[in-house]
Design a protein around this ligand. Structure first.
Ligand SMILES: Cc1ncc(C[n+]2csc(CCOP(=O)(O)OP(=O)(O)O)c2C)c(N)n1
Length: 635
C-alpha cells in the first residue's frame, strides 16, 4: 500500500494534507524511524517524541526561508524525512551517508550545523539580528530540549534575547529527560509545570483563553495580563515572562492542532521573543522506547557479533567504584553523561558522591576545582569532544591553581558514527599545551585502572584519555599500583625502527611490528603512555640508538604527541634522527565506523606498516603505491 510519506518531498507537500492525513503521516514517520534507526543506530527515542512537533513546525513555518534550528540536532530525523532526505535515510550515520545531526552541507533546510548541545538559541538570535539588520522578515525558530536548555550557553542566549526583544521563537521540547532524567532546579520547575494537578486544570483554562484569541498584538497583551494574573497564582512558568519572552503553553506536544495554534500565535507575535512550551513524551508511540527512554536515547547500530569484553568506560567506572570505596575524598562529576560514562553503578552505591551537573561542561570543571580546593579529589568524567567546551576552565580554574582534578576523558580519538562534531581527536593537542597538567593514555583497559589510581594519588591535575571501544580482553590486575609519571614502557624490542605509540595505538603498532618482522624489519614498540611529560630519557636513548622513530596517535597531528616528540628532539639538537608522525591531518574527521576511519588515516596495523616501509626504501618495491593520499604525516 502506498504511503503518504512516499509523496512528501518537501514541507510544501505536507501543507496539502488534511488533519487526519497528518495523523496518519505521524504514524508512518514513527514506523520509518523504528525500522531504520534500529538498524543504523541513532537517537531513536528523542525523534519519536518530536514527530507531531516537527510536522506542526513545517506546517506553520516556511522552511528554508524561515530558519528552524534543532538544538543538538539529534532529534532532527523527522525533519530530515520531511525535507527531501528520505531516500538517503537508510544511510544515516554511515560512512558517506546522512549525518545524525543537522548540517548545512546536507540541506538548505538545516540553517546551522549542530551536534553539541545548547547552541540553538545563540545561533537563532544571531540569525534574527542579522535579519533585522538587513531589513528582512523571515522567522527564526530554535527548538531546544529541557536537557539542553540547562546548558550555560542556552541561558546566556535567553538572557540576551529577552534583553534585545527581537522577534524570535524558542520552542522548548520538554520531555523531562536529558539522556538520563534532566537534573537541576530548572528541571524541577519544569516538572512542577508538567505534573502539578492545579496546573493541569489551569492549563485547560488558559488554553481556552489562548485559543479564543484573535492574533492581534493589542488583544494578546490584554489577555496576557489577565492570564498572567491567573497563572502566577498557580504556575511556576513566569520565569520565561520575567526573562522577556511571551510565554505560550504548555502545549500537548502530540496534538498537531494544538501545536499549530500555539506556533501560529508565536509566529504572529511581534513585540518580543516568544517562548512556546511543548510537553512531549520521549519515545512516544513505540512502547519499548517509551518505557526505557534512557536506553533508547541512542541505540547502537546492528552489527555482527556479541561482546564479552568490557568497554573502557565500564572498566573506568568499576575502578572509580573501587577507589570511591577506599578513599572518602573521591567524588565524581559528570556533565549529563552518567550513562555513557557507566557511572550508574557508582551513583547507586554513592549517591552523594556522584554529581550529574547537567549539560554544563564549563561548570563541571570549575565545580570540581572548587571541591579540590577543600581536600576532595574530583574525577571529571567527560567525553573528549565535550571537554573542548571547558578549555578555559581547565586552564584558569584547575591547572593555573595546580588543583588535583582528574580528567577521565572518554571517547578520545575516533568515535565513529557520531561524526565530525563528536570526534575526540583534539584533546592531546589542547591539553599538552597547559602547564601543570599531566596527560596520559592507557595502552589497554588494565593500564586504565593503574593510571586512574596514579592520577588520584598524584596530587596534581591529570588527564587520562581512553577510546570509545571495548578493551583488548586483558585480565584486570586486582591490586592497583602507581605508574611513575612520565615513564614510558618498551613493549617490544627491535633495532631498526622505534614505534612510539600512545593509547589505543599501541595495539596496532605491536601488530604492525609483527608484520614488519616478516620483511626483516625489527621494530621496537614503545607504550608512550604519557604525552606529557614525555619520557625524555628513553626518547633520547631511542633517538641515538635506533635513529628512525615513528610516532602513532589517534589525535590531530597539529600540536599532538608527535609534534611534542619532534620539538623535544629539535630542542635537544638530535638532528640525525628521522621522525615520522602518524595521526589525523588538518581536517575534520567524518562519520563512519572506527575501522573504516582508522584505515582511511593509516592508523591501523596495515597503515602503520606502509608508513614504516617508506623509511626503508630498499623494502618498498611496489607496495607503497597502496598508501592512501590522505595519510597524515609530518617528517
Ligand atoms: C555539549 C554537549 N554535552 C553533551 C552532549 C550529549 N547529549 C546529546 S543529546 C543529550 C541530551 C539532550 O537532552 P534534551 O535536550 O532534553 O533532548 P531530548 O533528547 O530529551 O529530546 C546529551 C546530554 C552533547 N551533545 N553536547
Amino acid at each position: 500500500m502506498s504511503k503518504l510519506l512516499d509523496n512528501i518531498n518537501s514541507p510544501a507537500d505536507l501543507k496539502k494534507l488534511t488533519q487526519s492525513e497528518l495523523k496518519q503521516l505521524a504514524a508512518e514517520l514513527r514506523q520509518e524511524l523504528v525500522t531504520t534507526v534500529t538498524t543504523t543506530g541513532g537517537h531513536l527515542a528523542s525523534n519519536l517524541g518530536v514527530v507531531e512537533l516537527t510536522i506542526a513546525l513545517h506546517q506553520v513555518f516556511d522552511s528554508p526561508r524561515d530558519k528552524i534550528i534543532w538544538d543538538v540536532g539529534h532529534q532532527s530525523y523527522v525533519h530530515k524525512l520531511l525535507t527531501g532526505r528520505r531516500e538517503r535515510f537508510a544511510s544515516l550515520r554511515q560512512y558517506g551517508g546522512l549525518s545524525g545531526f543537522t548540517s548545512p552541507d546536507e540541506s538548505p533546510h538545516d540553517p546551522f550545523g549542530t551536534g553539541h548541545a545548547s547552541t540553538s538559541v545563540s545561533a537563532a538570535l544571531g540569525m534574527a539580528i542579522a535579519r533585522d539588520l538587513s531589513g528582512d522578515h523571515y522567522q527564526v525558530v530554535a527548538v531546544i530540549g529541557d536537557g539542553a536548555i540547562t546548558g550555560g550557553m542556552a541561558l546566556e542566549a535567553l538572557n540576551q534575547a529577552g534583553h534585545l526583544g527581537s522577534r524570535l521563537v524558542v520552542v522548548l521540547n520538554d520531555n523531562g529527560m536529558s539522556i538520563s532524567p534532566t537534573v537541576g532546579s530548572l528541571a524541577k520547575l519544569l516538572n512542577k509545570v508538567r505534573f502539578d494537578r492545579r496546573y493541569r486544570l489551569a492549563k485547560e483554562e488558559s488554553k481556552r483563553i489562548l485559543t479564543a484569541l484573535p492574533l492581534g498584538d493589542k488583544l494578546w497583551e490584554v489577555s496576557q495580563q489577565a492570564r498572567d494574573r491567573f497563572k502566577s497564582l498557580v504556575m511556576p512558568t513566569m520565569i520565561w515572562e520575567e526573562l522577556g519572552f511571551a510565554y505560550i503553553g504548555p502545549v500537548d506536544g502530540h496534538n498537531i492542532t494544538d501545536l499549530e495554534t500555539a506556533l501560529n500565535q508565536a509566529r504572529e507575535y511581534q513585540l518580543k521573543p516568544a517562548f512556546v512550551h511543548v510537553v512531549t513524551t520521549k519515545g512516544k508511540g513505540y512502547r519499548p522506547a517509551e518505557s526505557n527512554a534512557v536506553y533508547f536515547h541512542g541505540v547502537p547500530a546492528k552489527r555482527a557479533g556479541t561482546r564479552e569484553i568490557p568497554t573502557y568506560s565500564e572498566v573506568f567506572a568499576q575502578t572509580v567504584l573501587r577507589l570511591t570505596r577506599e578513599d572518602s575524598r573521591l567524588v565524581t562529576v559528570t556533565p549529563a553523561m552518567p550513562e555513557g560514562n557507566c557511572l550508574s553503578m557508582v551513583e547507586a552505591e554513592f549517591p552523594k558522591r556522584v554529581f550529574d551537573v547537567g549539560i554544563c561542561e564549563q561548570h563541571a570543571v570549575t565545580f570540581a576545582a572548587g571541591l579540590a580546593t577543600h581536600g576532595f579529589i574530583p574525577i571529571v568524567a567527560i567525553y573528549s569532544t565535550f571537554l573542548q567546551r571547558a578549555f578555559d576552565q581547565v586552564i584558569h580554574d584547575v591547572c593555573l591553581q595546580n588543583l588535583p582534578v582528574v580528567f577521565a576523558i572518554d571517547r578520545g580519538g575516533i568515535v565513529g558514527d557520531d561524526g565530525k562534531t563528536h570526534q575526540g581527536t583534539f584533546d592531546i593537542s589542547y591539553l599538552t599545551l597547559i602547564p601543570n597538567l599531566i596527560v596520559s593514555a592507557p595502552k589497554d583497559e588494565n593500564e586504565l585502572q593503574h593510571l586512574l589510581f596514579t592520577a588520584v594519588k598524584s596530587g596534581q591535575p591529570m588527564a587520562i584519555r581512553y577510546p570509545r571501544d571495548i578493551g583488548l580482553g586483558i585480565e584486570l590486575d586486582t591490586t592497583l599500583h602507581e605508574i611513575p609519571i612520565g615513564k614510558w614502557e618498551i613493549v617490544r624490542h627491535g633495532k631498526d625502527v622505534a614505534l612510539l605509540a600512545i593509547g589505543a595505538m599501541v595495539a596496532p603498532a605491536l601488530k604492525a611490528a609483527q608484520e614488519l618482522a616478516s620483511s626483516n624489519i625489527e621494530a621496537t614498540v614503545v607504550n608512550a603512555r604519557f604525552a606529557k611529560p614525555l619520557d625524555a630519557e628513553l626518547l633520547i636513548d631511542l633517538a641515538h640508538r635506533i635513529k628512525r622513530l615513528v610516532t602513532v596517535e589517534e589525535n590531530a597531528l597539529s600540536g599532538g604527541f608527535g609534534s611534542s616528540v619532534i620539538k623535544y628532539l629539535q630542542d635537544s639538537e638530535t638532528y640525525d634522527t628521522q621522525v615520522r608522525s602518524l595521526g589525523i591531518p588538518d581536517e575534520f574527521v567524518e562519520q563512519g565506523t572506527q575501522a573504516i576511519l582508522r584505515a582511511k588515516y593509516g592508523l591501523d596495523a596495515k597503515g602503520i606498516v606502509q608508513q614504516v616501509l617508506t623509511l626503508f626504501p630498499e623494502h618498498t618495491s611496489g607496495s607503497l603505491l597502496e598508501v592512501e593520499g590522505k595519510v597524515g604525516t609530518v617528517s
